[in-house]
Every structure is written in structure tokens, then in C-alpha cells.
Design a protein around this ligand. Structure first.
Ligand SMILES: [Zn+2]
Length: 253
């Protein structure tokens, strides 16, 4: 387990270069699964906000006001212990929504939601509107229910993975999941941050990064990481990457 890293100003980046999602067609894949007329009905109820590096979307233990539908980038849901140690429990990109705890009727966020890889914007919905839309029991409810179930399965698999699989396997899984959501082969990532996300000590991550680099799987430096060999990472990852992918493919085809 590692402590949360301090964030020097040099690491705070501005929002990504992607333009705001088109009002006609959402870049968020969950909203894009809505029937077009249903999305058009929802459009006036949605806002748009930029997603910035390390931006906190929800704080642990605080009330949820807003649901975020990222158009790109990667957000981390983390859990923090009373002694300050934290670990990532879920990853959300443009396949989902951040704040889905509200689906289950909960007002308070159990973890922290943070932007890990910024890439543009998120469409937003107030929790009040979110609940009213769920009450309609229409296509939006169906999508939110299936996504919430997929996210729960992701968290269940991650809990087992964190206990049973090696740091190397988990690191490969994490890189693959982040690569899928980042939509780019190169993204901002420090080893310190990766150690926090995986809940392991920094030297362990450093050894794994060197091994991956030597094997030609990744390149790293300047607080960035580049994915060079996806197939190699898939072969290195534990089964959890494929299991989670299968859950999402089944529930959100
Ligand atoms: Zn695993």
C-alpha cells in the first residue's frame, strides 16, 4: 500500500484538447446507446464540463450532486483508509458514468472519483434529474442498471485480483484497461501514481516497469507511459482483464 502522492504544480495539466462533445451525437458510449429520440429528449437536461488532470469529481463521504458521462479520458474511483492509504477500486472512461452509486439510491459517495487521464470533457446530469430519469423506467434506466451491474462485477473481479494475482499481472491488466479508455497509445502516468492505483510500494512498480520495458511492452519517461505491445500485455495480464471485458460486452453490447 502506498500513500497518496503530493501533486506538484508541474503535474497539473490543463484539460485535454478534445472539443466539447457534439450535441447531436454523444462521445460517451453509454449515452450513445440511447435511442436517438431519447437522447434528444435528454439533451436540454445535460451540461458539459471540462475534465482536468487530477480533478476530483466526488470526494469520499460527501454528497453526490452530479453524474459525469466522460467523453474521453480515464477516471479512477479510489478508496481511502483512515490512515491515508488509498487504492483504486474501479476505472471509468467513456464506456460509463462516474457517480453510479446514485443508481442504488445512495446520496453519499463511498470513494473518491478523480480524473486520471484527461481527454476533453464530460456531459453531466444532476442527481435530481438522474433520479427522475430512473423513475421513468425507460431506456435510460435500463442502460444505467446494466452499467451499474457491469461496474459491480468489475469491482468484484478487482477485489479478487488484488488478493490473488501478482503485481506484474495486475499492472498489465491496469495498463490495458487504461489504454482501452484513454484512446491513445501514450498517456500521462508516473510510477508513483501507478503504485497508488495498484496499492503497492513504489519499488515494486519500478521493477515491473523495468521488466515490461525490457520486454518491449511499454516505454516510459517524462511522466508519460507508451503502450508498445498490447498483445504482449494481454499475454502478461491475469485472466481478470478478459473476464471484465466479457462482462461489459455482455451487459452493454
Ligand atoms: Zn487478476
Amino acid at each position: 500500500m502506498a500513500k497518496r502522492p503530493a501533486l506538484p504544480p508541474s503535474q497539473r495539466a490543463s484539460s485535454g484538447s478534445r472539443r466539447p462533445p457534439s450535441a447531436e451525437r454523444p462521445l460517451n458510449k453509454l449515452l450513445a446507446k440511447l435511442p436517438p429520440d431519447e437522447y434528444q429528449r435528454l439533451r436540454p437536461l445535460l451540461g458539459t464540463v471540462p475534465l482536468k488532470f487530477k480533478q476530483i469529481l466526488h470526494r469520499q463521504g460527501e454528497k453526490i450532486d452530479t453524474i459525469y458521462f466522460p467523453a474521453g479520458g480515464v477516471c479512477s474511483i479510489t478508496s481511502t483508509m483512515t490512515d491515508g492509504r488509498m487504492v483504486e477500486v474501479a476505472t471509468v472512461g467513456n464506456e460509463g458514468m462516474v457517480g453510479s452509486t446514485a443508481f442504488f439510491g445512495e446520496d453519499v459517495h463511498p470513494g473518491e472519483s478523480m480524473v486520471q487521464v484527461p481527454d476533453g470533457f464530460a456531459q453531466t446530469m444532476s442527481v435530481r434529474v438522474f433520479r427522475a430519469e430512473l423513475d421513468r423506467r425507460g431506456p435510460f434506466y435500463s442502460l444505467a442498471a446494466r452499467y451499474s451491474q457491469a461496474l459491480m462485477l468489475l469491482i468484484m473481479q478487482s477485489a479478487a485480483c488484488n488478493r490473488l494475482h501478482s503485481v506484474e499481472e495486475r499492472c498489465a491488466r491496469w495498463l490495458l484497461m487504461t489504454h482501452d479508455r484513454a484512446g491513445a497509445d501514450r498517456f500521462k502516468l508516473t510510477q508513483e501514481f501507478l503504485s497508488v492505483m495498484l496499492g503497492v510500494r513504489r519499488p515494486s512498480v519500478s521493477i515491473v516497469a523495468k521488466t515490461f520495458h525490457k520486454a518491449g511492452l511499454i516505454d516510459y519517461g517524462h511522466k508519460q507511459i507508451a503502450i508498445l505491445d498490447r498483445k504482449g500485455l494481454e499475454a502478461t495480464s491475469c485472466e481478470c482483464y478478459r473476464v471484465i471485458q466479457a462482462h461489459f460486452a455482455r451487459l452493454l453490447p
